[in-house]
Design a protein. Structure first.
Length: 182
């Protein structure tokens, strides 16, 4: 006779993650990673984007496991909610991009192609001074993102840095720039 299969204990995994147990995160990833990837793929409709979403979801699960509240819903629902929200945010960010036709492109001024040419910012001495205060890595991330129009993944490839590091540098740099400009 077959023994009954023990259901996966999502709640216990999240508790263990909250206490820093990396094996619990690995178990959670092994158990739900493929299904979460499927959810992200259905929403993002792009395999590479879906993989980034799942990666970011597991970082959020790891860092936010202590904030999970069983009174608000199931542990499994919580991890799926994180993944869905990240995927939907990714879609919203992508939709903000405007596709220009040839006539539109002719009206856009040409920007300098050199990343380290901060002369582009010379019209605003304050932003120039604030950018100079950033470390080289974060500074390059900001310039690639806002001058060259690169995505986070493209910046990671250009700089040879992990995607999560690039995202963190951009987030912290934008905060530092805002504070500097105030």
């Amino acid at each position: 006779m077959n023994s009954p299969v023990t259901p996966f204990d999502f709640h216990h995994c999240l508790e263990a993650c909250a206490q820093g147990d990396r094996r619990a995160l690995q178990a959670l990833y092994d158990h739900e990673g493929p299904r979460l990837l499927g959810v992200a793929r259905r929403i993002a409709r792009d395999n590479a984007t879906a993989e980034d979403i799942v990666h970011d979801a597991f970082i959020r699960i790891w860092t936010g496991a202590a904030s999970y509240d069983p009174a608000r819903g199931s542990a499994r629902g919580w991890i799926y909610s994180i993944t869905r929200h990240l995927a939907l945010n990714s879609i919203r960010d992508t939709r903000r991009e405007t596709v220009l036709d040839d006539a539109d492109m002719a009206a856009v001024p040409t920007l300098p192609g050199r990343l380290d040419d901060l002369a582009l910012w010379s019209g605003s001495a304050k932003i120039y001074r604030c950018l100079e205060q950033l470390q080289p890595g974060p500074q390059h991330c900001i310039l690639h993102a806002y001058v060259d129009g690169c995505s986070h993944a493209e910046i990671a490839t250009l700089l040879g840095a992990p995607l999560g590091t690039v995202k963190a540098w951009i987030k912290r740099s934008l905060k530092a720039l805002r504070e500097c400009l105030e």
